[in-house]
Unconditional design. Structure first.
Length: 182
């Protein structure tokens, strides 16, 4: 289980690293762009074989970014291809279909650009509107869904897997911001 969380951390960090390399103006070699994407795809593919909880969460995140249109570079396409290739190699722990659909819907909300547009509109509605806008800008939908499912099922793996990924993703974003990407 600990290995799964550690790999979720690595997957989150590599996802953001790859994302920022392709989206921001970093002077990095192409092999670094593709290498980080393929690495997160391979890790994600292994996680899909690691157990039903990890499989459900990782596949839901992949569906969310696909539906949200966030696979917008060749590097991310390589990452998704690596995910599917590693699933073919390692196999798959069958996800809970109901939870997969539930988490995928919330992962999509985390990726949907129109959420940020709605947040801007709420800012004009006083203090409550500002708080609603703040929540919408942070996009905590998948984390909230993971917490709710973990509490309902008395199974913390869903929430901890999502939290591990997000901690590393956001930490890498801060580190990349400090590194000076435009």
């Amino acid at each position: 289980m600990i290995l799964g969380y550690a790999l979720m951390l690595a997957c989150g960090a590599l996802s953001k690293f790859s994302d920022d390399l392709s989206d921001k103006n970093f002077n990095a070699r192409r092999v670094l762009h593709y290498g980080s994407a393929v690495a997160y795809g391979l890790i994600a593919g292994w996680l899909v074989s690691a157990g039903q909880e990890f499989s459900t969460v990782v596949l839901a995140m992949a569906i969310g970014v696909l539906l949200g249109g966030k696979i917008d570079s060749r590097q991310h396409q390589a990452g998704i291809a690596a995910l599917f290739a590693s699933i073919a190699f390692f196999g798959i722990a069958l996800p809970s279909i109901g939870l997969l659909a539930f988490f995928a819907a919330f992962a999509f909300l985390d990726e949907a650009d129109w959420i940020a547009e709605r947040a801007e509109k709420w800012k004009g509605f006083g203090m409550l509107g500002k708080h609603i806008a703040m929540v919408l800008e942070k996009r905590p939908f998948l984390e909230a869904a993971g917490l709710a499912v973990s509490i309902a099922l008395w199974n913390p793996v869903y929430f901890l897997a999502i939290l591990s990924f997000d901690i590393a993703y956001h930490s890498m974003g801060k580190a990349m911001g400090l590194a000076g990407g435009n």
